[in-house]
Structure formats: structure tokens, C-alpha cells
Design a protein around this ligand. Structure first.
Ligand code: PSU
Ligand code: MN
Length: 305
């Protein structure tokens, strides 16, 4: 282990004892939700994991050190910090070498989790192929990371701000298993059904854990994308969210928003346009993903090889 990686004492102990640990990202805190709901959600997700028998490990770069497991004061500070970098595979090491602070996206969180020996990670939605990517080439590094790093990522699918059909194509090309849970359809974050069929389906967390282990036994690099639909009572149906997304995307275009700024801008705009309903849905799906991730991590800890 390098000196630039710091495990929190609770996470270190849980890993040493072979107890289930679930990684959590920090970009959702700094760039995905407004304060104070971001802090409340971060705390609630950690509690949900503990209540379900898994130790949470929120990952972030703080003053040049990659932290796996944050203390509550660290979480609180990050949730209110201004101008925090949004780190992915490309810029994580530069931030660390300069002593900087940054939140980890799905890609960077997978890197931190793998370094610490954590194989399950719960989040909201992953990045993917943006609409218009045939012109902009805007494809999230999350997809490449899923092909490289052996972590099973539990999400609620990908947002319809992305081109979901192209996102599934890229994942297939890169050899990433996309596994829907409890239904055949690939979920679309705020909505349960994207209108696309997921390539794979597994309903039992024990079988998801077994598939992860089978990949490892085959010596395949990369992880699994576990697509867990938002609970029915919290969903915003596709017909309702679609025009809101279209409006937010038109606003982004008009304001010349590009690159890393696109996802945070759209999330904020959709929050405004739905008068907070998108955030309520986001919180519900993250908690739901934490519960499933805890079950998968428990199953994995039962079968260490
Ligand atoms: N989905 C969310 N909230 C988020 C993100 C995705 O519901 O905050 C973040 C994740 O950290 C994801 C990142 O890894 O956006 C993708 O950004 P980009 O498209 O710039 O790669
Ligand atoms: Mn991008």
C-alpha cells in the first residue's frame, strides 16, 4: 500500500476481519446534490449500509491523500466545500501530486476501492455516452474504468440525459456485463424503464456475487454494472421526465456548457425544473442501491475465493 492511500480505522478493521465493505463516491456529494441534502444523503447512505451489515467507505482525495473511508467531520467539510475538483482517472494523480482536494467520480472511486481491496460500490447513476457524442466525442471515463477495474458497481442505470443505447453498445464492446436486477429492462435512473432491454438479468444478490467471482476466476479484468431500478413509489415516469431533460439540455447548449461541467449543470437544472422532485428520486434510488450493494458484499464475504 502506498503512503498516499489512507484507510479510515473502521474500514481498515472491517477489511482485515473480512467483513463486507461497500465503497461510495464523493462526486455525488460535491457535484450531484445541493447542500444540505447532499450531507444528509451521504450520512443516510452510510447508515443504510451499516444497518444492512456492511461498512461504508466513502472515497475522496483530501489535501493530496486518497482517503478510503471518511470521518463524519471530513464528510461535513466536503459537503460544503467550494470549488472542489471532480476527479476521474485522468486527473486524480495530478490532484494528489499537487496536494489538492477532489471528489471522486465513479471511475476514480473504482480505482480507490480496488487499491483498498473493496469489490462492491454503490452509487446513483454512472456516466456514459452523451447525446450528440458522435460530434462531441463526450464519453464518460466511467465506461472504460468498468472494463479495467474489478469492482461491481450498483447503480440505478444511467440518466436519460445520456444516449442510453450507445452507452449499452460501448459497455458491450468493452466487455462489461450489464446486469438488470428484478426486471428485464435497463433502468433509466429516475425512471424504472429506459425502453431498452438490459443484456443480462440476475435477481438474487448471491448470484450477482457468484458472477463477480466467476469473472475473477477467469482472470478477466474489469467489473460488473449492476442496474437496480428505482423503487416504484419514488420513480418519475419517463413521459414526465423526458420533456424536462430536453429543456435542461437545450439550456446547457445555450449556455455553452461542455465537458465535465455538463452532468452537474443538467442535474442542477433538472432539480430546478422539477421543483426538487428529481432530488427526492435521486436520494431514494441511492438508498435502494446501498441496500442491494450491502447484500452483494455480504455474499462475497461468504466466498472469499
Ligand atoms: N450520476 C448522478 N450523480 C452524479 C454523477 C452521476 O446521479 O453526481 C457523477 C458520477 O460521479 C459520475 C460522473 O461518475 O457524474 C460522470 O461524469 P462525466 O459524465 O463527466 O464522466
Ligand atoms: Mn464527459
Amino acid at each position: 500500500m502506498t503512503a498516499s492511500l489512507t484507510l479510515s480505522p473502521v474500514v481498515e478493521k472491517a477489511l482485515a476481519e473480512g467483513r463486507p465493505v461497500v465503497a461510495l463516491e464523493s462526486t455525488i456529494i460535491t457535484h450531484g446534490m445541493p447542500y444540505p441534502q447532499n450531507l444528509e444523503t451521504a450520512r443516510q447512505v452510510e447508515k443504510e449500509l451499516r444497518d444492512n451489515g456492511a461498512e461504508p467507505a466513502t472515497i475522496a482525495v483530501l489535501n493530496g491523500t486518497l482517503h478510503v473511508g471518511l470521518t463524519d467531520p471530513q464528510l461535513e467539510q466536503l459537503s460544503q466545500a467550494k470549488g472542489v475538483a471532480k476527479l476521474s482517472r485522468a486527473d486524480m494523480a495530478v490532484c494528489m501530486s499537487q496536494g489538492g482536494t477532489g471528489a471522486t467520480t465513479v471511475a476514480a472511486t473504482m480505482i480507490g476501492a480496488a487499491k483498498a481491496g473493496i469489490e462492491v460500490f454503490a452509487t446513483g447513476g454512472i456516466g456514459g455516452v452523451h447525446q450528440g457524442a458522435e460530434m462531441s466525442f463526450d464519453v464518460s471515463a466511467d465506461l472504460a474504468e468498468l472494463a479495467l477495474t474489478p469492482v461491481s458497481v450498483v447503480c440505478a442505470g444511467a440518466k436519460a440525459i445520456l444516449d442510453l443505447a450507445k452507452t449499452l453498445e460501448v459497455l458491450e464492446t468493452r466487455g462489461v456485463p450489464v446486469i438488470a436486477v428484478g426486471q428485464d429492462a435497463f433502468p433509466a435512473f429516475w425512471s424504472r424503464n429506459s425502453g431498452l432491454r438490459a443484456p443480462l438479468r440476475i435477481d438474487d444478490p448471491a448470484d450477482i456475487a457468484a458472477a463477480h467471482m466467476a469473472r475473477r476466476a477467469l482472470g478477466l479484468p474489469g467489473g460488473q454494472l449492476i442496474a437496480n431500478p428505482i423503487p416504484v413509489e419514488a420513480e418519475i415516469p419517463r413521459s414526465e421526465i423526458q420533456p424536462v431533460i430536453a429543456q435542461a439540455m437545450a439550456d446547457a447548449k445555450q449556455h455553452g456548457i461542455i465537458g465535465k461541467a455538463v452532468t452537474p449543470y443538467l442535474l442542477q437544472r433538472i432539480f430546478e425544473l422539477t421543483k426538487g422532485r428529481s432530488l427526492d428520486a435521486n436520494i431514494a434510488l441511492v438508498l435502494n442501491n446501498a441496500r442491494l450493494a450491502a447484500k452483494i458484499a455480504q455474499e462475497m464475504s461468504k466466498r472469499p475465493e
